[in-house]
Ligand binder design. Structure first.
Ligand code: ADP
Ligand code: MG
Length: 316
């Protein structure tokens, strides 16, 4: 009930989490070779964008080979050895870290990310060979559910490992107030702590492995039921269908529950305030006292049961 700020993860929470490759930009060599190397490198990846790359290569009939070495760089991408060649697939941070020159891709990056597409750079043996952009459509209910939360006086924040441009493009479409982008998995917890210090109780909604610590840190952790088990495990609330209207319902239910608690405290005190002085003065027959005791219990339990009638629907 005290939550006034709700933090949303991007991929799989505000978006469907089923990204698909929409653009392939070849800087060197040809498209099939680019997809073969990137697809092979991503085969061991658990990340939705990695899976999208594998799927798109297979869809185009490109034969993939198992990488000899494979390393996931959390929140950045993957590094693998494919047929004796060192392949990197990931964001600008990953490639810069590994000493790959990426200036030639800047214009394409700005264009694709401005279209809300997460863009991965592909390098082979330290040389940039192309870009792969994936689009992950936002869930059909995201914008309306976020609007309903704003109507309840709640501030919304998006927290993502993706970069600022993509994050802002998605946030604009979902109607999110604030964007915190480029956060590494460990940084998500620190960001929740910062928001708690600034705004008090914070709820976090997330689906992924990277979100589990943040879900625990938040005052209320909400897991998307269609997400990973570890997220569900760490959360206080699970939205079984992954529908964001469930967040609106949870907030409304908390308000309705507190209304009942206040009403029931009133009834409990009401009976006692009248009956105890009467009993002390000797004006209350013991049988009446027993009846009053039972009535007070019945009133309170019946009132609590009426919570089932409370309108907590999100969608109208
Ligand atoms: P989020 O769940 O908010 O999208 P992550 O921390 O999981 O954030 O990922 C951040 C970014 O790192 C992604 O947007 C992507 O650019 C890059 N990345 C992560 N995993 C991979 C991967 N397997 N292949 C390529 N890029 C990746
Ligand atoms: Mg995620």
């Amino acid at each position: 009930r005290e939550v006034k700020t709700i933090v949303f993860d991007k991929t799989g929470t505000l978006t469907l989490g089923r990204p698909q490759v929409t653009d392939v930009v070849v800087l060197e060599g040809d498209e099939r070779e680019l997809l073969r190397l990137a697809g092979s490198a991503e085969q061991g990846s658990e990340h939705p964008v990695g899976k999208a790359v594998v799927e798109s290569a297979k869809l185009r009939g490109v034969a993939l080979s198992a990488p000899d070495e494979f390393e996931t760089v959390r929140g950045k991408g993957v590094a693998a050895r494919v047929g004796g060649r060192k392949v990197l697939v990931g964001n600008a941070r990953l490639l810069q870290e590994r000493g790959v020159e990426i200036a030639v891709a800047e214009a394409d990056l700005v264009r694709l990310e401005g279209e809300a597409k997460t863009t991965m750079l592909v390098a082979v043996d330290g040389q940039l060979i192309g870009l792969l952009a994936v689009a992950d459509p936002i869930k059909p209910e995201s914008a309306e559910a976020i609007g309903a939360l704003h109507g309840l006086g709640i501030r919304t924040v998006m927290l993502t490992g993706d970069n600022q441009r993509v994050a802002e493009a998605i946030a604009r479409r979902a109607g999110i107030d604030h964007v915190v982008a480029g956060v590494l998995p460990d940084g998500k917890v620190a960001e929740i702590q910062r928001l708690q210090a600034e705004y008090g109780a914070v709820a976090m909604v997330g689906d992924g492995i990277n979100d589990a610590p943040a879900l625990t840190q938040a005052n209320v952790g909400v897991a998307i039921g269609t997400g990973t088990d570890i997220a569900i495990e760490s959360a206080d609330i699970t939205l079984v269908r992954g529908d964001l209207w469930g967040v609106v319902s949870a907030i409304k239910l908390s308000h309705a529950t507190f209304r009942k608690i206040r009403q029931n405290l009133f009834w409990a005190f009401f009976y006692n305030l009248i009956m105890i002085p009467l009993a002390v003065l000797g004006l209350l027959h013991p049988a009446l006292a027993e009846i009053a005791m039972a009535s007070s219990s019945i009133t309170v339990v019946t009132n609590a049961n009426l919570l089932r009638r409370a309108d907590i629907r999100g969608r109208r």
